[in-house]
Design a protein around this ligand. Structure first.
Ligand code: NI
Ligand code: MN
Length: 225
């Protein structure tokens, strides 16, 4: 499983040559201006919630690639009306896709489109693919619901927001890492706007002091799991 960070909360996951893009917000992110969305391959686009900093480029990339958008029922309705193929889900449900099993799990946040229309309830994803299991938390507060995840799934990586203000901060993400029983964490949702700037070294040290590993990738950088 290869994971590429495209800035803010956008990831690309490659499992057995299937390209899964998560929460594309690239053209609106000045820090990602070296990423050309026309070069991004996507077979599926997973959206955690409707906020613009997670969906801005979803329509264009979906249409360029004939990708299937996977999200909650309200978000997929929004894209189905634009002629995009979708797969609707809701909280607690899972589906066996060609690349693995995806479960839509709880997040504590809000979800509306930029025009104010309803974007369902926000979520995260647990993806089980190619013998590797990852949790993508989406935008969320620390929540006891995270403790449910390791009861079903042994995680190899947890992708957690760490930027504070709109989501968990670093210290809550360390607790979330305990809750999901995964010490290997990829941080996201930080630095993009003034509200969520963090001190990278301090964040890494706090994780290290808790016997955990925090990865912070450059935009465009990949890791192999
Ligand atoms: Ni959000
Ligand atoms: Mn966000």
């Amino acid at each position: 499983m290869k994971i590429t960070f495209y800035g803010h909360a956008c990831l690309k996951i490659e499992v057995n040559d299937v390209h899964i893009l998560v929460d594309p917000f690239i053209t609106g992110n000045p820090k990602a201006d070296h990423i050309d969305i026309e070069t991004i391959k996507a077979d599926y686009i997973l959206l955690t919630h409707a906020h613009q900093d997670h969906t801005l480029d979803a329509e264009v990339i979906a249409k360029q690639n004939n990708a299937i958008i996977v999200s909650n029922f309200e978000v997929t309705n929004h894209y189905e009306a634009k002629g995009i193929e979708v797969h609707p889900m809701n909280h607690g449900g899972k589906w066996d896709f060609e690349f693995g099993v995806v479960k839509y799990v709880n997040a504590i946040h809000t979800s509306s489109f930029p025009d104010g229309s309803y974007g369902g309830q926000p979520g995260g994803f647990v993806i089980e693919g190619e013998h590797k299991n990852i949790y993508i938390a989406g935008d969320t507060a620390l929540t006891m619901d995270m403790k449910l995840i390791p009861m079903k799934t042994k995680l190899d990586l947890a992708v957690l927001p760490i930027g504070d203000n709109f989501t968990m901060d670093v210290e809550d993400a360390i607790m979330a890492s305990d809750f999901v029983e995964c010490d290997k964490v990829l941080g996201y949702h930080y630095d993009t706007f003034g509200y969520i700037e963090i001190d990278h070294e301090e964040a890494k040290r706090k994780f290290f002091d808790s016997n955990k590993d925090l990865m912070l990738l450059d935009i465009g950088e990949s890791i192999e799991l």
